[in-house]
Design a protein. Sequence first.
Length: 400
Amino acid sequence: MALRQIQSAASILTHLPKAELHLHLEGCLTPALLLQLARRHGEILSPEEVSRRYQTRTFPEFLELFKWATSYLREPSDYAHLAAHTFRELQNQTCLYSEMTLSVGVMLLRKQDVEANFAALAESAEKQSVRVNWIFDAVRQFGPQKAMDVARLAVQMKSRGVMAFGLGGDEESLPASDFRKVFDYAASENLHRLAHAGETGGPQNICDAVEILGAERIGHGIAAIHDEKLMDLLIARQIPLEICPTSNLRTGALAKLLARNLESRQRAASPLGDRSLPAQPGLSPDIPPSEINDVLAPVAPHPTRENVYAAGSNQPRIEDHPLAKFVARGVPVTLASDDPAMFGTTLLAEYSLASNKMGLTPRQLVSLAEASFRHAFLPAAEKQSFLDNFRSSISQFNLH
Ligand SMILES: [Zn+2]
């Protein structure tokens, strides 16, 4: 490709080789695909209803959407259809590699044949030019026994590209210590380990994911911005945060983070310290734990401080996201889209936002893209080959 063809900022971002390390396959279910799947199962959904359900502004609303949308993924061929669409989308964004999360916890809940679903997915992946490995994800609020079932299946299907076990769902439902045995088992079977933490919860959840569960990457982890020691730890151990800015905006996680900022500033400014902020009935920042075994139930929406923040005039903007602060501080980060179809984003759009709204320089964007390969769980030789290819590709960009 001629150098002059790829000099505009947008063009550089499009052609920059990228990997996506935090991508839920089910979160790639677009409204159009959902309408098709429903029709395939004999149900005609109204586009207006689908569009309304996709407008999430809080974490409980997002979990509700995830539960509803995934209820139309019923057969192995549904998963294969979604995967083929997703691989094409990745290819169009010059995403060369993905570690794709599969909500096996949800498949088991719906009593689906995980092996058959995964065989269809693996077969679809083998036909693509995008290289894919898989992360089997357990749902935290379903408890440790169900998580162990997911980990066992991940071990069973390792030879077909499952290389990690992850813990997602509601991070405020059950403590990390409940899952120690599951993570120890995954480690003993040479699976990589990840956990969503510090997304809607505080920095302690990230510490617990690292220290108790041995997580090698953290999903989101934006709450680390409040904890200098934790950021030092992440730097020292090179544990990256998988940052998904639009997701944080659309689940209310960013609003919650900013509400915490506001509170700590108010505390610091007040001569009374913490006592200056009396408890406000109905505005508890704590979300009550979900009931275990409840079918994918998100915590009940209620007027938490962060929801009030999100709904009020101080609605956060993507410019308020801490990504640039993490980069400036040297905290390892990767950029990702999480559930792109559900948040109306793409991996490329996240890079554009980082460039246009969060002030990252072209060099920082290139470093972010490189980090997405560096922090991949690939075997050393394959990783090196991706990195070599990356360096030779970017040599044609004029970044000075
Ligand atoms: Zn996620």
